[in-house]
Design a protein around this ligand. Structure first.
Ligand code: G3H
Ligand code: ZN
Length: 279
């Protein structure tokens, strides 16, 4: 079907009391896996291309985003294209030309005042092109920055940040951490509920790969509206690739890529089913 706009996918989830899933795409097989998982579960999702993935593909988003768009068009469920953790305003502003209807602009490495100014400017410019903008209230330092497990977003700061920048969604630090390969994170559920009450835009959970099922379900009950998952699909994908390579001397990449794609499909489908709207 035609590409769907991000606010539509997030809005659908919100109205049904659940959260939209945004899965990170690095290779064509990731996009195919996510589309297959959507079709298996009957749920829409977002295909998220991160700035790091863009760097991996020659610092040019065009080929990977075009591949995602082609996969989305042949998917029978709604898929939206999202640019994730974009640190360069120029890449953020390229979103509409690429067919991306949302951008997570990440100026969290900048000092607070500069983060606010840069985010407000990018949001204002992208809003004139109809693009939905997510951002985060950052802090300096640490490999994981604001998404280190100990980092927390203050509700009053969050409200002030949203008011000052005009963003459409807010990534918050509530106990998750990027790139975890075990699902052992504990979220501050009370803080999620207080953030939900403090800000009037959807809350976004980053680093969701490390969050176990019951914590994800509780986070959604407490108001989380977009759940970002990357590493969890890669754990499944790479595990299957490893097994396939270990079991055979074949050199055709289609063998191990198909195994990786199938494993990533299962992993994405499990999460989509987990966060299915409850009736
Ligand atoms: O923005 C992307 C997500 O925060 C993914 O994090 O790889 O830890 O799931 P993750
Ligand atoms: Zn993230």
């Amino acid at each position: 079907m035609p590409l769907t706009a991000t606010p539509h996918v997030v809005g659908l989830a919100t109205r049904s009391g659940t959260a939209a899933l945004a899965f990170n795409v690095i290779t064509l097989e990731h996009a195919e896996a996510i589309a297959a998982a959507c079709e298996r579960t009957g749920r829409p999702a977002l295909l998220a291309v991160s700035h790091n993935a863009v760097r991996h593909h020659g610092d040019d988003p065009a080929a990977l985003v075009a591949a995602c768009a082609a996969v989305a068009r042949r998917c029978r469920l709604p898929l939206a294209l999202h640019l994730d953790h974009v640190e360069d305003p120029e890449l953020a502003l390229a979103a509409p030309g690429l067919g991306c209807t949302s951008v997570m602009f990440d100026a969290s490495k900048l000092p607070h005042g500069e983060n606010v100014a840069a985010t407000a400017e990018v949001a204002a410019r992208l809003h004139t092109r109809g693009v939905w903008v997510e951002a985060e209230l950052g802090e300096i330092g640490g490999k994981d920055g604001v998404h280190a497990a100990g980092a927390r977003t203050d509700p009053a700061d969050a409200a002030a940040f949203v008011a000052a920048t005009g963003v459409d969604a807010l990534a918050v630090a509530v106990g998750s951490s990027h790139a975890m390969t075990t699902r052992t994170a504990r979220l501050d559920q009370d803080l999620i509920a207080r953030l939900r009450d403090a800000v009037d835009v959807p809350l976004v959970l980053h680093g969701s790969s490390g969050v176990p099922d019951e914590e994800l379900l509780a986070a959604v009950r407490n108001g989380m509206r977009k759940i970002n998952v990357g590493t969890h699909l890669n754990t499944a994908f790479t595990g299957a690739v490893r097994e396939t390579l270990a079991a055979s001397d074949r050199v055709d990449p289609r063998g191990y890529l198909a195994a990786g794609r199938a494993a990533a499909t299962d992993a994405a489908a499990e999460l989509l089913a987990l966060l299915r709207p409850r009736t």
